[in-house]
Design a protein around this ligand. Structure first.
Ligand code: ZN
Length: 169
């Protein structure tokens, strides 16, 4: 496994704003990429990472909101099937380091995706996981939370604490 560099908004590349392409080949390269993405997410202290954030225009996401960081969720070609409810979020993003913004997101989502072998599965999520799914799937369409943010971008006052609600994705 290898750590990848995380692209930030300051970097001179359009990749964070481009539509990512579907994955069509489920091979060792994809498996290695998923492993690298998880490792990169953990090393950066994030709860989610989308392939465009490491400069790869493919529809691939990893998420782990568990306390022990041992429950990685891998989503290839994910599709938002349904949303319901509403929650107020304070979102951060590994591609917008040290910042935070207030958003409204659905409180419940149903997402269909493929695993690393190309097998379909569906996940129903609420609360923080629903937020993480919305945030990461947006990355695949070139969208960032600052696009739907209410008010101003805030400096993150709690960069070093362990509150899971304050993590970047
Ligand atoms: Zn993000």
């Amino acid at each position: 496994m290898a750590l990848r560099d995380i692209v930030t908004l300051q970097d001179d590349t359009p990749v964070l704003r481009q539509i990512a392409r579907p994955v069509t080949v489920f091979d060792k390269r994809l498996a290695d990429l998923l492993d690298d993405m998880a490792e990169t997410m953990y090393a950066a202290g994030g709860v989610g990472l989308a392939a465009p954030q490491i400069g790869i225009r493919r529809r691939i996401v990893v998420i782990d909101i568990s306390e022990d960081k041992d429950s990685v969720l891998e989503l290839v070609n994910p599709v938002m099937m349904a949303t319901d409810g509403e929650q107020v979020c304070y979102e951060g993003c590994l591609s917008i380091p040290g910042k935070r913004g207030k958003t409204h997101r659905p409180n419940r989502v149903i997402v269909q995706a493929m695993d690393r072998h190309g097998d379909m599965f569906e996940i129903t999520a609420e609360g923080f996981l629903a937020l993480a799914l919305c945030h990461e799937l947006d990355h695949l369409d070139g969208k960032l939370y600052i696009d739907i943010m209410e008010g101003e971008l805030m400096d993150d006052p709690s960069e070093d604490d362990d509150d899971p609600g304050d993590e970047e994705a």
